[in-house]
Write a protein that binds this ligand. Structure first.
Ligand code: HEC
Length: 246
């Protein structure tokens, strides 16, 4: 069973100037959901101490919920610290993974097979029916978010040299792109930009405006499907309107 930890942030909570009713409410909800709650901490608005408390929480709990730190600057601070601590946690896990892997190799009892990118894609595709099967249990939204996260990674690696989401760069800002172009169009543009710039009036029009040809980034159809999921996820973040789903 998952275990959670609540971190309430705010000097006024720490000093007892206000009572932390949020944590009490969350604790009740978590228990009702069958989530174990082992720790609840209160920390003042101090970055070093926030980092310490959140760091320890991330280390020992499956789910960390922060509350408080009210106001735009404080929210940003919390976000930054959570990002920093998560990065640290991920690095830690990576280190453990690598160590375990080396132990497996050293034991000589198992063989580690590195998949080529093509094999990896084939494996991921083979897993899709399993995802579909469990969609009802895990929740389609969680699966979509996982695919979107993969899409963002691919986008950062292969597209962000020329594209930003919210501003014009070498290429157009891609915010809202799933609303102005059909998914097939975006797919074709990503898989075969040369041809699109030559044959498609919209792509040609864009080229005359940006004067740099978009180049093929060695992406697969599966990669672009994930990137599309990422684009849609940021569309639905920024507006309440549902993304086009043709
Ligand atoms: C070398 C720079 C470059 C890279 C890398 C690049 N693009 Fe582009 N992209 C452009 C340019 C420039 C345009 C405008 C059309 C043109 O001039 O070719 C464009 C246009 C687009 C459009 C149409 C935007 C609109 O407003 O309709 C989409 C969608 C797009 N790119 C997606 C991608 C994706 C996805 C990737 C990563 C797989 C990617 N691009 C990688 C330069 C790039």
């Amino acid at each position: 069973m998952a275990n959670a930890e609540i971190v309430a942030i705010g000097s006024e909570l720490l000093l007892g100037q206000i009572v932390d009713t949020n944590s009490a409410w969350m604790a009740q909800r978590l228990t009702a959901l069958g989530v174990n709650l082992y720790f609840k901490s209160v920390v003042g608005d101090n970055p070093a101490r926030m980092k310490e408390v959140i760091g320890r929480a991330v280390e020992r709990a499956d789910v960390v919920i922060t509350s408080g730190g009210i106001g735009p600057t404080q929210d940003d601070l919390t976000r930054e610290i959570v990002a920093e601590v998560t990065e640290w946690g991920n690095a830690q896990s990576e280190e453990i993974n690598q160590r375990d892997k080396q132990n497996i190799v050293a034991s000589g009892r198992s063989e580690i097979i590195e998949l080529t990118p093509e094999e990896l894609t084939a494996w991921q595709q083979a897993m899709h029916p399993v995802w579909d099967q469990f969609a009802g249990v895990i929740g389609q939204d969680v699966i979509d978010a996982a695919i979107a996260a993969e899409g963002q990674e691919i986008f950062d690696m292969k597209c962000s040299v020329c594209h930003k989401i919210n501003e014009r760069y070498v290429g157009p800002a891609l915010s809202g792109v799933t609303k102005r172009r059909k998914p097939e169009w975006i797919m074709n543009m990503a898989l075969n930009p040369d041809q699109m710039i030559k044959d498609d009036p919209t792509a040609r029009q864009l080229f005359t405006e940006y004067l740099t040809p978009m180049t093929f980034q060695n992406v697969t159809e599966d990669d672009v499907t994930k990137i599309l999921m990422y684009f849609r996820s940021i569309e639905s973040d920024s507006s309440a309107a549902p993304a086009e789903s043709e």
